[in-house]
Design a binder for this molecule. Structure first.
Ligand SMILES: [Zn+2]
Length: 381
């Protein structure tokens, strides 16, 4: 009997040994497969270093002079390269001082802008942040080094949002712009005022306006500048010129307020409107009314297509049909993926999308929703 018991015990031990070996092997195979999958997925991402312009296309600047007699004010409009997503900056210049609106998205764009500010020979007093999106704030990391005496300011609610988003913005800037990333973020200071003075001339600040929204709340604050001496309006990302507009987290209610603003501004006697993003190839044809009309029509078209489409791909395809060959397509895609809560597609990785196609739809929707909620919670109060 003893021998039988011993034989059974030995057989169990041998069995356990064999099972543990197989389990061990299975764990190793699984780990290798996961690493290989990770490497494969990583290879499907877009190259961030493509944001570094290899050559500069066309002049960066266009200058406007004051329409009010004896006013010394001038405005220079700078547009970054297409790889740097066509971001507008405005230099409002007086006799001895200059104010900059929008610090640019990337390192090289901010350096070129800083060279231009230096060449004016004027003192940079303020760098103004009109809304808390990284493509308008990151360049501050270059500018603060070049102009340590300038004040980096924005409306209190805009600045609070910028502070909240700094870490995520730096991460996003690195992944989007690679070695052209302007990091680390510079915390702007709160300026609680409805105006700025420049060599004794007044610049009006209109706060809490409605404009483009990424992952933010629909009423994300934008400040619009109005310069009476130039009859110039600087609505930045409330208007674009000939490029797809980021509709992201906007709702029909916020879009209605957005459109009302545009209608109101159309009634003003404006000489200049500087939109937040300008497709450079079309910048010669840009006019004040043209910018307002284009932006309004685009929002109306997007709403019509959105209300009549089932999927994000349908919205994107139909907008591309309505605006064939138009630039800034990334804004259309990002905005539409946000509208549909398709968070995994915001990574712009074709291989992740391939893997996602094999997942059950309910599981993918749940994962997307979870990622979306956590991203939104991190980026908003
Ligand atoms: Zn922008």
């Amino acid at each position: 009997m003893k021998i039988v018991k011993l034989a059974i015990a030995l057989a169990i031990l041998a069995g356990l040994f064999l099972v543990s070996k197989i389990l061990f092997l299975a764990v190793i195979i699984l780990a290798v497969a996961l690493i290989a999958l990770g490497v494969w997925i990583k290879g499907g991402g877009q190259s961030a270093d493509a944001s570094v312009p290899t050559s500069l296309d066309g002049p960066d600047f266009r200058t406007y002079t004051a329409v009010v007699p004896d006013s010394p004010l001038k405005l220079k409009h700078f547009i970054s390269q297409p790889e740097e997503i066509n971001v507008s900056s405005s230099l409002i210049m007086g006799e001895s001082e200059v104010v900059l609106v929008t610090a640019q998205a990337t390192k090289y764009a901010a350096e070129r802008l800083a060279d231009e500010i230096e060449d004016t020979g004027l003192e940079l007093t303020y760098v103004y942040l009109d809304h808390a999106h990284l493509d308008h704030s990151q360049g501050a990391s270059v500018l603060i080094r070049r102009f340590p005496n300038a004040k980096f300011v924005g409306a209190p609610n805009v600045v609070k949002l910028q502070h909240l988003r700094m870490e995520a913005d730096d991460k996003m800037a690195r992944s989007r712009y690679g070695k052209n990333a302007a990091v680390p973020s510079v915390p702007f200071e709160e300026l609680d005022s409805d105006s700025l003075m420049l060599d004794g001339r007044k610049i009006e600040l209109w706060h809490d306006q409605f404009g483009d929204v990424g992952i933010g709340e629909p009423d994300e604050p934008h400040t619009v500048m109005y310069i009476p001496d130039l009859k110039a309006l600087l609505p930045t990302d409330i208007c674009y010129w000939r490029g797809h507009i980021m509709m992201g987290g906007s709702t029909s209610e916020s879009r209605s307020k957005w459109k009302t603003q545009l209608h109101e501004w159309m009634k003003m006697d404006l000489e200049v409107v500087i939109p937040g993003h300008v497709v450079r190839a079309d910048s010669d044809e840009m006019t004040a009314q043209g910018v307002l009309e284009f932006s309004l029509k685009y929002i109306e078209d997007y709403e019509e297509v959105l209300n009549d489409s089932e999927t994000s791909d349908e919205v994107i395809d139909r907008m591309l049909e309505r605006y064939p060959g138009m630039g800034h397509v990334s804004a259309l895609k990002i905005g539409t993926f946000i509208q549909f809560g398709e968070t995994h597609r915001l990574l712009f990785n074709a291989r992740i999308e391939k893997v996602a196609r094999f997942l059950p739809k309910a599981l993918l929707r749940r994962a997307d929703r979870k990622m979306f909620d956590s991203k939104k919670a991190a980026a908003n109060f």
